[in-house]
Each structure stands twice: as structure tokens, then as C-alpha cells.
Ligand binder design. Structure first.
Ligand SMILES: Cc1cc2nc3c(=O)[nH]c(=O)nc-3n(C[C@H](O)[C@H](O)[C@H](O)COP(=O)(O)O)c2cc1C
Ligand code: SF4
Length: 465
């Protein structure tokens, strides 16, 4: 194993090992502070971070606003307070050791306000900001304003090129590194483009080389690329280390640090990680962001797959193929479906899926009355956690709506991730994970359900294991 030397990143001497930021509350002050103490870069998630009351208890985010806009404002306030609390905690733990980054999703509701609000309240405590999910053009200017480094997360050289040409080229001095997130292997939301096949993972090496070539063209020969997605142990990445062609390289871990003592996820989530088998993690397209995401295929996801299977095309007037009249409810005009689909619909109705729900793609999906009620309740409770939401049609623009029909094939990711991280219901909510997740059950390091401290994990990674 080649030894991994400390490098200068975000103005600090650190090991090129980064804790990938994970919302909602899957990385926080405790985990990132520990990661920084161990000599790497810890990342506080600024996505709905938890804040604490006077007794040190987590403040549960209860929304009282009557309108979505009012609740969105509450969410922004919670987000800022939580981010500040977690950064302060990370700093209390780490002091000047390692470095602390803040992660936000560009497509989260109020992203810029939350980012700036947290940075206003934590001056001097944050060394860098990482930002993905969308095209974070403005992150460079925000970083410059606060004198911190910025790390865009991209999944292709092309995405970086667009960001660079549009805005990053004006702020090269604060570009701390570029995170290449493998869109087939990394946990969480992924930047797979329309031309890439979700079922055909590509080798990261040529893609990262393409990114390096692009960066070299812009004079960024010394700017590190941070490899994220599918990185488990560095003995498998030996040819990437001290590779002159690749240039400076660092590694980001998202899935593996979920299982540490300091990891803030509930015990039931940690326990579940030991049971994941190869192939249990897959990309899906249900996220209300419209992005692909990588998660464990649990009951929750299975129900979404099943809902989408119980789907037929309809038209409001008969066509050559949609010939059969079908009533979607006790009132209103019938719609028209094909003869074959009418038979399918009858079968679903008989099986108890008696509520046909319209989708924006002129299809109907069939659900039980209970599930249909839950969909409507979740849509009504929306607090605008995304800039645009497919599930509820919320948009943070002036009108408060995307103008499109809400899509019942998606789900409320805010509710789901809050539940997973605070209630630990791992079957009925979304469990993000990278494809390497099955390795917890195979790697001897975790024998007898051993859960390392962050320091033990970082030491293990440093020795190649
Ligand atoms: C549970 C979970 C939540 C995540 N949440 C975020 C997030 O909020 N923002 C982000 O930029 N990346 C997020 N990620 C991606 C990680 O930061 C990291 O880049 C990725 O997990 C690396 O790949 P790996 O899962 O193979 O280790 C998340 C990953 C996981 C597993
Ligand atoms: S419905 Fe969409 S925007 Fe609203 S809270 Fe849920 S995920 Fe966020």
C-alpha cells in the first residue's frame, strides 16, 4: 500500500480523505468534528440540520405555517439555525485540526439563503463548501464573499466545463477541488445525464481522466480531484495514488462512514447496514428532484415500483387506441383507456387498489384508499424543501408552483429522510446508500458487528484496509 501523504486543502494540512456530506442529519457536527480530528476533512450537512434546545435536546422541526410559503420560511430558519449549531459543534470537537466543510444541495429549497445564513453565523469556522445536485453556478461567488474554498460536485467533465465557463473561471483562487461523484456507484442523489444508461456503470478512471484533462486546459493542474462513489479501501485504488497523469487526488467516503460510533444515524439504520446484500442497492428515478438516486431496495422503494407498475395511459377523449371509457371517480367525466389496460385496471380495482390517481404524463396509477390519502396529505403538508418538487408541484419562485400536475409516482423526500434519520424506520422510508454498502457484511473489519470510531476507520483507510 502506497502511503497517503498529507496535502494542503482548504488552507489546511490534511489527509486527502473526506467525509462526504449527507443529509438529512446523516453527517453532523459530531461526525464531521471527529473526521477532522482524525486528520481528514469532515463535512457538516446543511440540508435540514438539527438544532438543539437549551437542554441540548434536538429540536424536532414542527411546521405551523398555514401556507406552503410560510412553512418554507420556517424551513429556511430551521436550516440556518441547525447548520450553525452543527458547525459550532464540529469546531468545538475539532478545533484547528483537519478541516470542516459545509455541504448543501443546490436544488434544496432556499439553498442560497441557507448557505449564506449558516456562513454568516459561523465566520472563521468553515473552511470549504461542497455543493452538488444541480448546477451551482453561484457557489463560487458565495465562497469568495466568505473567503472559503468551494468544491463543486460533478459527474462528468462536461458538467464541470459548463460551471467553469459560466462562473467558476471568475473565481479560480477559491476553487479548492472538484468532486467527481460516480453517478452509478455513489449513495444519495446522482448526476446521471440523459445519455447515460443507469444499468451500465462506466469505469470511473477514463471519466476522471477526462475531467483532469479539462481542468488542465484551464490551468487547474494542481487542483485536486476528489473521487467519490464506490471507494471502500484504498488498496483498491493504488494506481490512482501518486499518478502523474491523474494529478492530485483525494477520496471521499459517504457510505462507509455511516457505520461509525460518531455517525448520527439511528442504531436501526446501523444494524440494517450489516444485512445489505450485493445488488440490494440500485438507482431509482422516484426522487421528487427528478434526479436518479441510489438507495437500498426496501419495502418503501418496492411500493413505489409497484405503484408505477399499476399504471395505464389515458386520454380525455377517445383515440384510435384508447377506446374504452373508464370512470376515475364517482363524479366527473370518464377518461379513455385501451381495452387491454381496462382489463388490468379491473384487476387492480378488485385487488383493493381502488383509487386511480392522475400523473403529469397522462397516465393513471392505482392505489389503495389509504395510500392515496397519505399521498394527498403529504402533498398538502409540503414545506417547500426543494427549489422545485415533482411530487407536490411546489416551486420556490413567485407563484409557488411549477405549473405542472403533482406526480403521485414520487414521494415527499423531506418526510422520508427526516423519518429515517430521526425515527429509524428503515423499511417504510428511503434509505440512501452507495453500491458498496453490501461490503459491511463481508469486510472482516466489521466482524461481530464491530462499529469503529471515526478515528479507527480513518486509520484503517490509511493503511489500505
Ligand atoms: C445516506 C446518504 C446521504 C447523502 N446525502 C448527500 C447530500 O445531502 N449531499 C451530497 O452532496 N451528497 C450526499 N451523499 C453522497 C455522499 O456525500 C458521497 O459523495 C457518496 O456517498 C460517496 O459514495 P459512496 O456512497 O460510494 O461512499 C449522500 C450519501 C449517502 C449514503
Ligand atoms: S412535497 Fe416536495 S418540496 Fe414539499 S416538503 Fe416534500 S419533498 Fe419537499
Amino acid at each position: 500500500m502506497k502511503s497517503l501523504n498529507a496535502v494542503r486543502m482548504s488552507g489546511r494540512e490534511v489527509f486527502p480523505l473526506i467525509e462526504g456530506g449527507k443529509g438529512v442529519s446523516a453527517t453532523n457536527g459530531a461526525s464531521s468534528g471527529a473526521w477532522a480530528v482524525a486528520g481528514g476533512i469532515g463535512t457538516v450537512s446543511g440540508v435540514n440540520a438539527d438544532s438543539y434546545d437549551a437542554n441540548g435536546n434536538v429540536v424536532r422541526q414542527v411546521f405551523t405555517g398555514k401556507s406552503r410559503q410560510e412553512r418554507h420560511e420556517e424551513l429556511v430558519t430551521f436550516g440556518i439555525n441547525g447548520g450553525i449549531a452543527q458547525i459550532k459543534r464540529a469546531h468545538d470537537i475539532a478545533g484547528d485540526k483537519g478541516a470542516i466543510h459545509l455541504n448543501v444541495l443546490w436544488e434544496m429549497g432556499g439553498a442560497e439563503r441557507i448557505l449564506e445564513g449558516i456562513l454568516d453565523g459561523t465566520k472563521g469556522l468553515v473552511q470549504g463548501v461542497t455543493c452538488g445536485a444541480g448546477m451551482p453556478y453561484r457557489v463560487s461567488q458565495i465562497a469568495q464573499k466568505y473567503n472559503i474554498f468551494y468544491y463543486p460536485i460533478v459527474s462528468s467533465a462536461r458538467a464541470f466545463r459548463a460551471l467553469w465557463l459560466r462562473s467558476f473561471k471568475n473565481v479560480p483562487e477559491w476553487l479548492g477541488g472538484v468532486v467527481y461523484e460516480d453517478p452509478w456507484r455513489a449513495g444519495g442523489h446522482n448526476g446521471l445525464s440523459n445519455v447515460e444508461d443507469p444499468l451500465t456503470p462506466e469505469d470511473p478512471y477514463p471519466r476522471v481522466m477526462a475531467l483532469r484533462k479539462q481542468m488542465n486546459e484551464y490551468g487547474l493542474t494542481e487542483t485536486p480531484i476528489i473521487m467519490a462513489g464506490g471507494v471502500w479501501c484504498l488498496s483498491e485504488w493504488q494506481d490512482w495514488i501518486d499518478n502523474a497523469e491523474l494529478g492530485p487526488i483525494a477520496f471521499q467516503f459517504g457510505t462507509r462512514p455511516l457505520l461509525t460510533q460518531e455517525s448520527p444515524i439511528p442504531q436501526s439504520w446501523k444494524d440494517r447496514l450489516f444485512t445489505v446484500k450485493e445488488g440490494d442497492v440500485a438507482l431509482n428515478k422516484f426522487s421528487p428532484t427528478g434526479f436518479y438516486s441510489s438507495a437500498v431496495r426496501n419495502d418503501f422503494l418496492q411500493k413505489l415500483y409497484d405503484r408505477s407498475v399499476r399504471q395505464i395511459a389515458y386520454a380525455t377523449a377517445a383515440t384510435d387506441t384508447l377506446t374504452e371509457s373508464f370512470k376515475t371517480g364517482p363524479v366527473g367525466n370518464p377518461v379513455f383507456v385501451s381495452a387491454a389496460d381496462l382489463e388490468k385496471a379491473k384487476g387492480w380495482l378488485e385487488a383493493g387498489f381502488t383509487k386511480p390517481l392522475r400523473t403529469p404524463d397522462s397516465t393513471l396509477v392505482f392505489e389503495t384508499p389509504e395510500a392515496a390519502r397519505m399521498i394527498q396529505t403529504d402533498q398538502a403538508n409540503c414545506m417547500g424543501c426543494l427549489s422545485q418538487c415533482l411530487f407536490s408541484n411546489w416551486s420556490q419562485g413567485e407563484t409557488g408552483t411549477t405549473g405542472r400536475m403533482a406526480d403521485p409516482r414520487s414521494f415527499c423526500i423531506q418526510k422520508s429522510l427526516q423519518n429515517v434519520s430521526h425515527e429509524g424506520d428503515m423499511d417504510n422510508f428511503l434509505m440512501f446508500a452507495g453500491t458498496s454498502c453490501y461490503r459491511f457484511g463481508q469486510d472482516p473489519f466489521y466482524a461481530n458487528h464491530f462499529i469503529p470510531t471515526v478515528k479507527q476507520l480513518v486509520d484503517r483507510i490509511l493503511t489500505g484496509g
